[in-house]
Ligand binder design. Structure first.
Ligand SMILES: Nc1ncnc2c1ncn2[C@@H]1O[C@H](COP(=O)(O)OP(=O)(O)OP(=O)(O)O)[C@@H](O)[C@H]1O
Ligand SMILES: [Mg+2]
Length: 262
């Protein structure tokens, strides 16, 4: 595929990290969303699939310390701290649903904020690398983030997260609301980041495309994991085919049959 011809990402590029999640429960006040979730995020690209309201964003928020949680979380064998600041320092970055850029600030300023934890010289070095990794953003450095297209904003959000040189990058629906070409570009970026050594955990509703770039996946329904495995096997599993690929597969089969008849 096209994106493999490009240079790998240099930002991040830390040793491949692994996240262990054991018996994770989390929710909002008395409302428990995730019940006793156990999963393993290995180096490479892991995708979380599931219908609206399944708890996918809640899972990323719980890992990132944005909501209270119980259970054991280990990043490369070390227990994850509870507070978000400490979790970011431990090497986890989240690109939340809806991107959360500062619209009145420039692209450059948004990127600099992603490197707030590091010293000035190192921040400048990473900024230069971010522009090398995301060449489209260099020309837009002084544009207000809020005036960029959806796809461009998503790219800024990913680049900003990479400014913290994370060991684990979490992406919540990076392709939401984007045109097909931008979806491919964003998922290609996620793949290249994973290939360069930063472990990626991504939530996606675009099941077919997500499984085509991912190494492994989990299916979350009503706060519990109902399926998991290598992406190739998941895309063939009856659970995924019926719930997520079903209609499309039938359509394709039907149109192929129609084409044969014609
Ligand atoms: N801040 C909140 N306060 C209370 N309940 C919440 C909050 N955020 C989410 N929920 C509830 O938690 C459940 C899981 O929501 P979550 O956002 O994790 O789902 P999701 O799988 O990410 O869905 P989507 O695909 O629509 O993004 C839903 O029932 C939702 O209403
Ligand atoms: Mg969500």
């Amino acid at each position: 595929m096209m994106w493999y011809q490009r240079a790998p990402f240099v930002l991040g590029g830390t040793p491949e990290a692994e996240l262990w999640v054991d018996g994770l429960s989390a929710g909002y006040g008395n409302f428990l969303v995730l019940r006793n979730i156990s999963l393993e995020v290995k180096p490479g690209l892991t995708v979380i699939l599931g219908p609206n309201g399944a708890g996918k964003s809640t899972l990323l928020k719980a890992i990132n310390g944005l909501i209270p949680r119980s259970g054991i979380l280990l990043l490369d064998g070390e227990e994850l701290p509870e507070k978000t600041n400490a979790i970011v320092k431990a090497g986890i970055a989240l690109v939340a649903e809806g991107r959360q850029l500062f619209p009145q600030m420039t692209v450059l300023e948004n990127l600099e904020l992603g490197g707030w934890l590091v010293a000035k010289l190192e921040r400048a070095r990473r900024l230069e690398q971010a522009f090398a990794d995301f060449p489209k953003l260099r020309d837009r450095a002084n544009q207000l983030a809020g005036t960029m297209s959806g796809g461009e904003q998503q790219m800024v959000a990913v680049a900003r997260a990479m400014m913290s040189a994370p060991r684990l990058l979490m992406l919540d629906e990076p392709s939401l609301g984007l045109a097909p070409r931008m979806v491919d570009e964003l998922l290609g970026i996620a793949r290249r980041i994973a290939d360069s050594g930063t472990t990626v955990l991504m939530v996606e509703q675009n099941v077919r495309k997500a499984l085509s770039v991912a190494d492994r996946g989990y299916v979350l329904e009503r706060g519990s994991l109902i399926a998991s495995g290598p992406a190739v096997l998941l895309s063939r599993s009856s659970v995924v085919r019926e719930a997520y690929l079903g209609a499309q597969s039938v359509d394709t089969a039907a149109s192929a049959a129609a084409a044969r008849r014609a």
